[in-house]
Design a protein around this ligand. Structure first.
Ligand code: GPV
Length: 829
């Protein structure tokens, strides 16, 4: 048989053209073939979008080749793999990233030119894949890029939502949400795997049965849904390795319980069946907090069950002893969202694989690691017991059993300290009895990671203090990072070329530590000149975008000052707007000679508010009314402009970040677990104005406090300030700008009342009032620095030069070595 198979393989290989060729002529042929046969347009008549489709199918072919080779290589080598479980990924666009990582951008650009197209223009045709909310989701995407680039045997798992994050539409200054039906025009970046499917079961009861003479608990589910795999190849840079992001879609189940209907109501029965698809239909648009929604819980379990079945199937293909599982499998929980995986693996090992509890538990404790992304204990996820008991009765039992054993152990260690026991219990006995997902994750994981040094300190001393005291060895941190491929090479090609020229090598794209080599040229007049040029061209591109969006013409000599991120009270966009009102007020009251000294500013704000987050929506409206006042004022002219960029997403970030002079990161100290936007700005030579929060503290270590503008209360001052309220001097300036809003200076007086209330002296939880004075000082320092453009450019170069530590390559390498215990597995060729 094997001889026959070999002969067949040889024949197949002979029929193959060999690998795809990448010379411009072959690429052109290939693109046109796809236009004609895949897109089904005539090669004599197709528009930009169709050209994009043909082009992306041609890139897809090349991805598939490498992806096949990589998967085969992994299969042969059978290394320990890491499975990254995340409910959210913000991948953005794929085309540019793919051709760059495949190393054939220039070839494609040339091929397209000869056909009369431009690569950059076609790339704009692609919509963002926005299957996530904010920092957590983009972090997952950056980490996948690093996993592939560093040749790690990794799989990403997630959900293929049909509706990604809503599109933000601004009507009369108010946010409206529009569904993002992103698959409407097809998605060439995924491969549908109709045969990679698993049944996922819900509801039903648990019964006691005799199996092989011993009593067993058996789950008899009542509903089955099918999970279908969609594979998204993720190419590494400078390697053949191309890993998989496998996203699950829900379909009605065919194989397992294809009902036959005899109710006379055939149509309704089929319509009912079709409802299975709702499980993966929509991404929850809340950045954290999904408390108590059944659909959300269903999504989580659907995702977890399909992924673990796939992982166990792959393990069993090559092994038959589950004791080897921890040598082959590492499971990474991206926050608590996938934490049901713990109970699911226990269930499968015990109920389906017939392991006893202790053996199953021993395995589970060796495979899970957990990363938490939040600072606030109140923000931690809870699952109401009633809900879990009805949807997943057997899992609830298992979680109770885990908790029972944990509590027994804990009593032996800490005695009958009931308040401690109840704080640490996985089950919360509150008004609504619930499962604390974080406690479950900590108890069952071998490692708990924070996302920055400050975050780690908070985990140890506050959020998970009890657990840290019990298991100090479990706690670690890996400071977040972002990928320089997306955030420099793709989005800022001219800076990329400049860096390569001065470092004399492209090696920094895989080894970003080399960026420190720029430090020695920071004061070099030639580099400074070239650096300024690159930055100015990027500003021009951003200015054009702003003009198209809003009709507003902005001056390129102004400082482009940017704050882009999800709208949250703790991120303090309101502080920024109040500062802008203050600036406006000052300019209005200046005499002509003072006015000449003002450093002109273009203030840019962008971000989405969760649809149910009223205060955040009011902040967006406030930004618009303030902009109306400022931008249409002849007294102010070019000295100050305010622009709200609608529908902020990954591709908007790629455009805005390279054009920013200053970026703002204003979270009240102790609230941002890490923050990753700042790292993208840093890499692009944008100066930061920030509080000493999250990863900023480490950025300061790297570039020195003299190269950014720091302000605001320190972590240890926050509690006292909250008690005491702001001091009187600050109060005056602050009170004045808040009063302007309250008095209706910008209109919508009643509407803004509740927003103003949030910063009244006794309620000002995020300390806008007490930080206002030092915020204005930091802004004044930024103005002063901007006047000396050579000095500013030096600081800009030093920022980029110091950004190497904030590459996700570094983060992923730390995870691989210290948490997952995996090694690189590089595909030959
Ligand atoms: I929890 N984060 C997020 O975007 N969504 C969430 O639901 C939660 C956390 C963010 C944090 O707010 C950032 O500080 C952090 O940089 C990011 O996750 C990645 O770790």
């Amino acid at each position: 048989v094997s001889g026959e198979r070999k002969a067949k393989a040889e024949r197949m290989f002979a029929l193959m053209d060999g690998f795809q060729k990448n010379d411009p002529m072959s690429l052109q042929k290939d693109i046109l073939n796809h236009v004609e046969y895949t897109v089904a347009r005539s090669r004599f008549s197709f528009d930009d979008f169709e050209a994009y489709q043909g082009l992306s199918h041609s890139v897809r072919d090349r991805l598939i080749e490498r992806w096949h080779d990589t998967q085969l290589h992994f299969k042969r080598e059978d290394p320990k793999r890491v499975y990254f479980l995340s409910l959210e990924y913000l991948m953005g666009r794929s085309l540019s990233n793919s051709v760059i990582n495949l190393g054939i951008r220039d070839e494609y650009a040339e091929a397209l030119n000869e056909l009369g197209f431009e690569l950059e223009v076609l790339a704009e045709q692609e919509g963002d894949a926005a299957l996530g909310n904010g920092g957590l989701a983009r972090l997952s995407a950056c980490q996948l890029d690093s996993l592939a680039t560093l040749d790690y045997p990794a799989w990403g798992y997630g959900l293929r939502y049909q509706y990604g994050l809503f599109r933000q539409l601004i009507l009369d200054g108010f946010q409206h949400e529009q569904p993002d039906y992103w698959l409407n025009f097809g998605n060439p970046w995924e491969i549908e795997r109709v045969h990679v499917t698993y049944p996922v079961k819900f509801y039903g009861t648990v019964e006691e049965e005799l199996v092989d003479g011993r009593k067993s608990r058996v789950w008899i589910p009542a509903e089955t849904v099918e999970a279908v795999a969609y594979d998204n190849p993720i190419p590494g840079y400078g390697t053949r390795n191309t890993i998989t992001l496998r996203l699950w879609a829900a379909k009605p189940s065919d194989h397992y319980d294809m009902e036959s209907y005899n109710t006379g109501d055939y149509i309704n029965a089929v319509v009912d069946r079709q409802k299975a698809e709702t499980i993966s239909s929509v991404l929850y648009p809340d950045d954290r907090s999904h408390q108590g929604k059944e659909l959300r819980l269903k999504q989580q379990y659907f995702f977890v069950s399909a992924s673990t079945q796939d992982i166990i199937r792959r393990f069993k293909d090559a092994h038959d002893n589950f004791d080897e599982f921890p040598q082959k499998v590492a499971l990474q929980l991206n926050d608590t969202h996938p934490s049901l995986a713990i109970a699911e693996i226990m269930r499968v090992l015990i109920d389906e694989e017939n392991l006893d509890w202790d053996r199953a538990w021993g395995i589970v404790c060796k495979i899970f690691s957990f990363t938490t992304h939040t600072v606030l204990a109140e923000g931690l996820e809870k699952i109401p017991v009633d809900l879990l008991g009805s949807l997943l009765p057997r899992h609830l039992e298992i979680i109770y059993d885990i908790n029972f054993k944990f509590m027994e152990d804990l009593k032996k260690k800490v005695g009958l300290d009931y308040s401690r026991l109840s704080r640490m219990s996985i089950v919360e006995d509150g008004a609504v009895k619930s499962i604390r997902s974080a406690n479950l994750s900590i108890v069952c994981s071998h490692t708990v990671n924070g996302v920055s040094k400050v975050h780690f300190e908070l985990l140890k001393t506050k959020v998970f203090k009890d657990f840290y005291e019990l298991w100090p060895e479990k706690f670690q941190y890996k400071t977040n990072g972002v990928t320089q491929r997306r955030w420099i090479v793709v989005s800022n090609p001219s800076l990329c070329d400049l860096i390569t020229k001065w470092l004399g090598t492209e090696a920094w794209i895989r080894n970003v530590d080399l960026l420190t080599g720029l430090r020695e040229y920071a004061t070099d007049a030639v580099l400074q000149q070239e650096w300024k040029m690159v930055r100015r061209v990027n500003k021009m591109r951003l200015a054009e975008y702003i003009e198209v969006l809003s009709g507003l013409k902005v001056s390129l000599d102004a400082m482009f000052d940017v704050q882009i991120k999800r709208i949250h009270e703790y991120k303090r966009q309101l502080l920024n707007i109040l500062g802008i009102i203050h600036r406006y007020d000052c300019i209005k009251n200046m005499n002509e000679s003072d006015r000449r000294k003002v450093v002109p500013r273009v203030c840019i704000i962008g971000g989405k508010a969760a649809p149910g987050y009223e205060i955040a929506k009011k902040i967006i409206k406030l930004c618009h009314v303030v902009a109306d006042k400022i931008n249409n004022n002849s007294d102010i002219g070019d000295l100050l402009k305010l622009v709200f960029i609608p529908d902020y997403n990954v591709s908007v970030a790629e455009l805005v970040i390279p054009g920013a002079d200053l970026s703002q990161h204003l979270s009240t100290a102790g609230h941002e677990a890490s923050g990753t936007g700042s790292m993208k700005f840093l890499m692009n030579g944008c100066l930061l104005l920030a509080t000493a929060d999250g990863s900023t503290v480490e950025i300061i270590e790297e570039i020195g406090s003299e190269n950014l503008f720091l302000f605001g209360a320190k972590l240890d001052e926050v509690p006292t300030l909250r008690e005491r309220g702001p001091n009187m001097k600050v109060n005056l300036q602050f009170a004045r700008v808040v009063r302007m809003i309250r008095d209706g200076y910008f209109g919508f007086q009643d509407y803004f009342e509740s927003l103003c209330d949030t910063v009244e002296a006794d309620k000002d939880f995020y300390l806008l009032g007490s930080d206002f004075g030092s915020y204005l000082e930091a802004q004044a320092a930024a103005d002063k620095a901007f006047v000396d453009q050579d000095k500013w450019t030096e600081m800009s170069i030093l920022s980029a030069a110091g950004s190497g530590r904030f590459s996700s390559d570094r983060t992923i390498q730390e995870y691989a070595e210290k948490t997952w215990g995996i090694e690189a597995c590089r595909c030959p060729f």
